[in-house]
Design a protein around this ligand. Structure first.
Ligand code: CTP
Length: 413
């Protein structure tokens, strides 16, 4: 259990803070909500008190003997400000202490995560961008806003990311500190495949696999939080799209191949700096797809399904790799009588020709759909980096650290 301060400033997205609060308390954390006076125009103190089980005040004149304006910040393990309005970012950057939340920000020694939400014009204004740069320079994490529907008819960057995404990233910071979400992918394009392909047999049936897409989703969410421009080539995953991520939906291995080769190349305007194949791609597909539903008892009733090989997308991506581009593969391996997991993985890395291979040991039945994971990142030129067991987002952060260390510095590709 950690002590989280949830700061809420006065924007309409304050209603989502109640859901974020709920996610924190359900994860077992003790949450103290510190709204600004403006936030209480949108959500009442009673809502935050009932959901957190803690008192809620906005000014420094309550609980004076407790010295709340100092103690709340001092005692916190993490401060998350969601939504962080343009005004709140400005006051935090200026170091003001004119309400309990800004006073708390000045006394917190722990990591601080700002989750901005405002109209696009306000977000893009140089004043706001300067304030964000100041806060980041001082070590705060400022997440990029989501792109989408804003208050009224407007749409663009400025939306509060979904509470589930913020909660997942907050957990990464609780596990790994502010260093788990550096801005080391800023200005980089990363392309990630996730999910599992479906290979049709007829208009209603397919051959598929159990991949949940959770690890790929976590990779996308963490890369966006670390500043990357993220494209997620998603094979049959229903989960909501993480903020700041462009999704290309595909179904089959062939569609995934076309999308990955295009996005790794210049699709969307830029060549990818990193290409990650975390999708479970079917190695085989039915040789033919029936135009109408296969019916039992009919003349066309199948007795066997003939399969043909699918292309190996990872190997093709390696073959078409742009200068300076890193290609990362995934492998779920088990040890056997011939060799252990890492020996099999090294052989696969050499066979596929990729730069890095993220290895999952699935010997102990730790397979698809679990919320946590542990991996080893093998590099073609030698080192192996162990990423310890943690949430899939924490593992994603470990993978990105291993990848970012090998990126060519900008301008030298
Ligand atoms: N992969 C791919 N295209 C395929 C199959 C797999 O791009 N047709 C990618 C996966 O996305 C993963 C990597 O290759 O990044 C390794 O997948 P895996 O299934 O372990 O590789 P295979 O070559 O199929 O190895 P095995 O013979 O062990 O099944």
């Amino acid at each position: 259990m950690s002590r989280i301060v949830l700061g809420v400033s006065g924007g309409v997205a304050a209603y989502k803070a109640a859901l974020l609060l709920r996610a924190f308390t359900e994860a077992g954390h003790d949450v103290r909500v510190v709204p600004t006076p403006g936030a209480l125009h949108f959500v009442g103190a009673a809502t935050f008190e009932a959901l957190s089980g803690n008192p809620v005040t906005t000014d420094v004149w309550s609980d004076v003997p407790e010295v709340a304006h100092v103690r709340i910040g001092q005692n916190a393990d993490l401060v998350v400000v969601a939504p962080a309005t343009a005004d709140l970012l400005a006051r935090a950057a200026a170091g003001r202490a004119d309400d309990l939340l800004t006073a708390t920000l000045l006394t917190a020694h722990c990591p601080v995560v700002f989750v901005p939400a405002m109209h696009t014009e306000m977000w893009l204004h140089p004043a706001t961008q300067d304030n964000v740069a100041t806060l980041r320079r001082r070590g705060a994490i400022v997440l990029p806003p989501a792109v989408g529907r804003l208050t009224g008819p407007d749409s663009g960057p400025g939306r509060l990311p979904e509470p589930a995404d913020v909660a997942a990233l907050a957990a990464v910071v609780l596990e790994g500190g502010a260093a788990a979400l550096p801005r080391d992918l800023a200005g980089r394009k990363v392309v990630i495949s996730a999910g599992g392909t479906r290979e049709p047999l007829d208009p209603v049936r397919y051959l598929g696999n159990r991949s949940s897409g959770k690890q790929g989703w976590a990779l996308a969410r963490v890369a966006a939080a670390r500043g990357a421009d993220v494209v997620l080539v998603a094979a049959n995953v229903e989960a909501p799209v993480p903020f700041g991520v462009r999704v290309v939906a595909v179904e089959t291995a062939e569609q995934l191949r076309t999308a990955m080769l295009a996005e790794a190349g210049a699709a969307g305007g830029a060549t990818a700096d990193v290409v990650v194949m975390s999708a479970a791609v079917a190695d085989f597909r039915p040789a033919g797809v029936a135009a109408t539903k296969l019916k039992k008892g009919s003349a066309g009733e199948p007795t066997a399904v003939e399969l043909v090989r699918n292309p190996d997308v990872l190997t093709e991506l390696v073959g078409e790799r742009a200068p300076g581009q890193l290609v990362v593969g995934f492998a779920a391996e088990t040890g056997d009588a011939d060799a252990d997991v890492l020996t099999h993985a090294r052989a696969k890395l050499a066979r596929k020709g990729c730069d890095l291979l993220v290895v999952n040991d699935v010997s102990a039945g730790q397979v698809f759909g679990r919320p946590d994971n542990a991996v080893v990142v093998l590099a073609a030129d030698g080192p192996a980096t162990e990423v310890p067991r943690g949430s899939k987002d924490a593992v994603a952060a470990g993978i990105w650290t291993a990848v970012a260390a090998r990126l060519t510095p900008p301008g030298r590709a």
